[in-house]
Every structure is written in structure tokens, then in C-alpha cells.
Design a binder for this molecule. Structure first.
Ligand code: SF4
Length: 446
């Protein structure tokens, strides 16, 4: 018998969140309008146990889950508010649609470069950007226990089917992996695959347990359930069934990786998350932790330092410190790269070697994952030292390159090559890929 029944609020039930009665009604109305642009869903756990309501609206977990006008931009928001308050529904809906499409719904070539092809057809609920790893978006997992306002997958949640990755094709997934011997990792992602019942997850995993492809080593689940609903792992009706499934995965010889998304140390402080982490570790799962750097939420070194220390204390592994991607409300959340490096470095210097498994600041860009390693002066020129840690093009991995120092830049696209070069070393090959869709052909199995 579970003690904690999952409950979430969305834009229709926003008014039922009793804590919101404490805040200025005008701010509440603005939040209501913003939920038409930024997907909104928040669990009772986040409301009752994570948000410090005495510190709203500055509280980082509130910022992380409640959409606000600044995320849309003053001009756009004011127009939206005018249409909303004047009941101009048709124009309001058109404006909502326009804002959505202006927010770069599928960054880094996700739609045109990552979708694999098999038997002369695309596999729409999958992405295969790097040789080793296939991402699968199970249809039933395209939701989260709560939504993050900064989510780079926000397009999954706005109800437009053509913007959505999702699939129920477990046979295609299995076949695609079995015939691609370079694939070592299968990542179930979303949304959040942990919103699915254990029995549904099992349907997707079962073929891989029945017959393990030799080359497939790692099964990963990308999830924020540890932060948004830790009871998922020990107190939901099917938590035990889920743990038994995880044990089966491990017994079959896979490395089971829970790719946990923690954005702030507060998410690691409740008894529930501690219990959930212990439970996951007891069945052999390895927990790796990652999050983007987000202004107004975690843009201080001390937040990361404490978070990485707390993760290690619980037995989890700090993994990635990402730079906010070029999508959604990026302008509201972005932190300049110079500042990102400073925050990362100050936190990194204050943790022991066990936490220095973390990599960052990392940009998940079109050609690959690019780290800002350092700021340096070479031959009298101040430069950013950058490095690929992952790429569509294998030869790029671990390559260092240089960009002109730019204190306002917040993404790779804002940078220019150093030393008078006309373009970065990767640009020619990458644009050939983009123009010819070579990546798709490479993955194509006839
Ligand atoms: S949990 Fe992940 S997928 Fe879900 S809203 Fe947050 S960032 Fe997006």
C-alpha cells in the first residue's frame, strides 16, 4: 500500500495550488498566461517538499517549475496578455503558435540529422546522433512528473504532433540495434520514461532481456524522477515491479545507468530522495547526474559544489555540467560562457577527486558536445580553449580548437575562430553532413 499518491497540477488546475493564494494576484494571472507558452506541470512533492514558499518568486525550484513573463520576453508577453484579457481567442492562439515556432523547437539538427532510417523508412521516435548511442522516445513516456521551465525538449509537450518524437515500435528499436554493431548504449528518454508503468517499460526492454545483442552493453534511463517524484522508486504501486525489472537488466549483463537530472542541491536533501537513491543502488543501478547551468536557478558555484558533494555522498556520480541550449526561453536563462567557466571552475576546485568525474561547461551543439576548457592567451591573443568530447564525426572527438575571446558569448554560434582563421576546423565537414544528410545515410540499413 503506497503512502504517497502521485498528484500533479497543470494549467487547468493551477488555481487549486493553495500556496499561490499567498502571492500577488497579478503575478498569479501572469503565470496563468505564461502556461500557454511554457509547458506547465508540477507535482505535489515539488510544491510541498521542495519549493520554499517564503522565498517565492525568487526561490530556485519555483523558477524551475512556474513559467513567468521574463521567460517569454516583455514585448511578446504584453501582447499576449492584451489578447488574453480582451478575449481575442483566435489572435491569442495565433500569437501562441508564432512564439512557439520562434523558440527553435528542435535545436542542433535533431529533426533533420538525427532520425535514423531502416528498411527505407525513417524511425521517428528515435535519434541516432553519435555512433555508440541510440535514443528512444517511448510514446507513453513523453511526459514528466513536473516540467522544467528551461526544458530543451519543451516541444515534446505542447501538443503539436509534428514537433514530437515518440514511438511504440519496440520491434523496430530491437532490430535497428541488432543490425548496427557500433551501438553500445540504448537510452530511454522523453519526457521522462519513469512516468511509465513498470509493465510498459518492460515491454520495451523485454526483447533485450530475451536476447542480448552482443554489442549492446549499457541500458540507460534519462530521468528527473529522483528530483520530482522520488517515491517512484520505492512507494508507487509498481515500484517493486520496477526494481525487479532493473535487477533483470543487470542480471542479463547490462550496465544499468540512471541518468539523473538534478539542478539544485535542494533536490538532494529530502529523506525521500535519499531512500530512492539507496533503492536504485541496491538493485545494481549506477546513477550519473547532469544538469544545465541556468540563470536564476543554479548560477552560483556554491550550488554546484554542494550538489556534487551531496551526490557523491549518496553514491551517485557527477557527470555533466551543460550550458543551456539554444532553444525555448534561452534569453531568460542563459549565462555567458565566461561566467559559466568561472562557476564551473570555482566549484570543481572545491570538491574531491570523486566529484571531478563531472565535465563542463559542455554545449550539446549540432556537430557534437563541445567543452569550454579554459581561457588562455596564446601569441598575444586571448582565446577560448574548446574541445570536442563527443561528435557525429569520430575524428573530432578529443580535438582541441580555439575561438576568439568573447565575454558576451553564450553558445558556440556566438564564437569566431581565433588566430585569423576563417572558420573552425570542423565547419566544412559538418556543413557537408548537413547538406547531404550523410549522417542519416550512414545509419541507413536497407
Ligand atoms: S524533466 Fe527533462 S524532459 Fe522533463 S521537463 Fe525537465 S528537462 Fe524537460
Amino acid at each position: 500500500m503506497s503512502e504517497h499518491e502521485f498528484k500533479a497540477y497543470n494549467k487547468k488546475s493551477l488555481n487549486k495550488i493553495k500556496y499561490l493564494d499567498r502571492i500577488d494576484p497579478e503575478i498569479k494571472k501572469d503565470i496563468e498566461i505564461c502556461t500557454n507558452i511554457i509547458p506547465f506541470r508540477v507535482s505535489s512533492y515539488v510544491i510541498d517538499e521542495l519549493i520554499d514558499w517564503d522565498k517565492v518568486p525568487d526561490d530556485p525550484i519555483f523558477q524551475m517549475t512556474f513559467p513567468q513573463p521574463g521567460m517569454i520576453g516583455t514585448e511578446k508577453f504584453n501582447k499576449l496578455k492584451f489578447l488574453y484579457l480582451n478575449g481575442q481567442n483566435e489572435d491569442f492562439n495565433t500569437e501562441v503558435r508564432n512564439i512557439h515556432f520562434a523558440m527553435n523547437p528542435h535545436p542542433a539538427g535533431q529533426k533533420d540529422m538525427n532520425i535514423p532510417v531502416m528498411d527505407n523508412r525513417t524511425l521517428p521516435g528515435m535519434q541516432h546522433k553519435y555512433d555508440e548511442t541510440v535514443l528512444f522516445f517511448p510514446s507513453q513516456g513523453q511526459l514528466c512528473h513536473s516540467f522544467c521551465t528551461y526544458c530543451f525538449r519543451w516541444a515534446q509537450f505542447i501538443g503539436l504532433q509534428d514537433l514530437k518524437f515518440s514511438s511504440r515500435e519496440k520491434e523496430s528499436l530491437y532490430r535497428y540495434i541488432t543490425i548496427n554493431p557500433l551501438i553500445t548504449d540504448l537510452l530511454f528518454t522523453g519526457g521522462d520514461p519513469m512516468v511509465m508503468k513498470a509493465s510498459v517499460i518492460e515491454k520495451y526492454v523485454e526483447p533485450f532481456i530475451q536476447q542480448k545483442p552482443d554489442h549492446l552493453q549499457n541500458i540507460r534511463f534519462g530521468t528527473k524522477a529522483l528530483a520530482y517524484w522520488p517515491y517512484r522508486f520505492f512507494d508507487d504501486k509498481d515500484s517493486d515491479e520496477l526494481m525487479r525489472l532493473f535487477e533483470k537488466i543487470v542480471d542479463k549483463g547490462y550496465h544499468l545507468a540512471v541518468m539523473a537530472h538534478f539542478s539544485h542541491y535542494r533536490e538532494l536533501e529530502t529523506p525521500a530522495v535519499e531512500k530512492a537513491v539507496k533503492r536504485l543502488r541496491s538493485v545494481g543501478a549506477q546513477i550519473r547526474c547532469q544538469a544545465p547551468l541556468i540563470k536564476n536557478i543554479n548560477d552560483k558555484s556554491i550550488v554546484w559544489e554542494k550538489m556534487w558533494k551531496d551526490q557523491v555522498k549518496l553514491g551517485a556520480v557527477p557527470y555533466y555540467f551543460f550550458v543551456e541550449r539554444d532553444t525555448g526561453p534561452k534569453n531568460y536563462f542563459e549565462v555567458p560562457l565566461v561566467k559559466a567557466l568561472e562557476i564551473f571552475t570555482n566549484a570543481y576546485r572545491n570538491v574531491s577527486g570523486l566529484a571531478r568525474t563531472v565535465r563542463g561547461p559542455s554545449m550539446s551543439a549540432g556537430p557534437g558536445k563541445i567543452l569550454l576548457e579554459d581561457i588562455n592567451e596564446i601569441n598575444g591573443e586571448k582565446v577560448f580553449v574548446l574541445k570536442f568530447v563527443q561528435s557525429r564525426i569520430k575524428e573530432f572527438v578529443n580535438k582541441v580548437f580555439f575561438a576568439k575571446y568573447n565575454e558576451n558569448a553564450s553558445w558556440i554560434d556566438d564564437l569566431e575562430p581565433a588566430f585569423g582563421e576563417k572558420e573552425f576546423f570542423y565547419e566544412k565537414r559538418y556543413s557537408e553532413l548537413r547538406n547531404n544528410k550523410i549522417n542519416i545515410l550512414k545509419n541507413c540499413v536497407k
